[in-house]
Design a protein around this ligand. Sequence first.
Ligand SMILES: *Cc1c(COP(=O)(O)O)cnc(C)c1O
Length: 389
Amino acid sequence: MSDALMNTYARLPVSFERGEGALLWDSEGNEYLDALGGIAVCGLGHAHPAVTRALCEQAGRLVHTSNLYGITRQAELAERLTRLAGMDRVFFSNSGAEANEAAIKLARLHGHNQGIETPTIVVTRGSFHGRTMATLTATGNDKIQQGFEPLLEGFVHVDYDDLEAIAEQAANPNVVAVMVEPITGEGGIRVPDENYLMGIRTLCDDNGWLMILDEIQTGMGRTGTMFACEQNGISPDVMTLAKGLGNGVPIGACLARGAAAEVLQAGKHGSTFGGNPLVCSAALAVIDTLEQDRLPARAAELGQRMLKGFAEALASIEAVQEIRGRGLMLGIQLDRPCGELVKQALQQGLLINVTAQSVVRLLPPLIITDAQADRIVEQVSGLIRDFVA
Ligand SMILES: *Cc1c(COP(=O)(O)O)cnc(C)c1O
């Protein structure tokens, strides 16, 4: 790798030149099956024709004008996305962290509008919300925060999947919002109790707090419905999206409904690039394809197939503590650190990830075939069996 790059990533020794669907080819022509999808980004796989067409057409017409003017494609995407998510308004950013920054600023402003001078957001340990100063403060992981102190004020951390701990915050008059992931991504694919999100919704309603749901990794069909919260029968006040929204072009979104949608006014927030014609045309093609090809339902079906496959293949392996997830957001919890598995899989032509040290994380494109899903199960199970033997 180039010495001209800052060492922010411990990169694997491979560079890809081309992709098609769930397959990638490296600079030597070796083929790989992608069970990570660029970290839950390429839900439609690589070089999807609808996205390619949208990008090429838009690039030949107009790429960027700034938010000082109307942007037709952005308005179109705003209509589609708010309708889809049951939200009223949206702000477009260039990344997940920036979408969360918008949500955090919105919550703080909402607090100030109510006369709360030190608005505080309840966040959870084991969460991941991004790498900017506010989002790394919100993130419940010491490793991501270390060396970047002083962190921001105005965040209280409680344990994930602990409703009682959030309820106790009712005694804190500065709380304005609760910010949470429906299923933790970087934190290890933790699926909370089925009443957790509903419980947070109720607490937010009872206390006048905003419920901010970070669906950056879970959204856009990943967990078997367009948004994970649909499966919990709730709707947050603020929802953030990024990753799968653009299938690889950088776009994030902070959606809000009701009073929360009216908080940010002209001059209060902005972005030079955010929601430009190019990225919005890609996101529109993503939504079209997810809907036309019924990919969220397909993700649910594939997820069931893979969970069942893993349960069978790993049944007798004691080192496997839990196999969990929803749709194509799957985690296999081992009883030991297993980062090594990533390299071993790569050598076998398979891209996987390990997060939270001991959780094998799979986030394949939603367009994989049954045979590709079965191959992932077989290969990953084989790797785990050999690793713990
Ligand atoms: C990836 C991720 C983010 C940060 O997104 P970036 O685009 O890397 O800034 C925030 N929240 C969750 C849940 C994520 O998975």
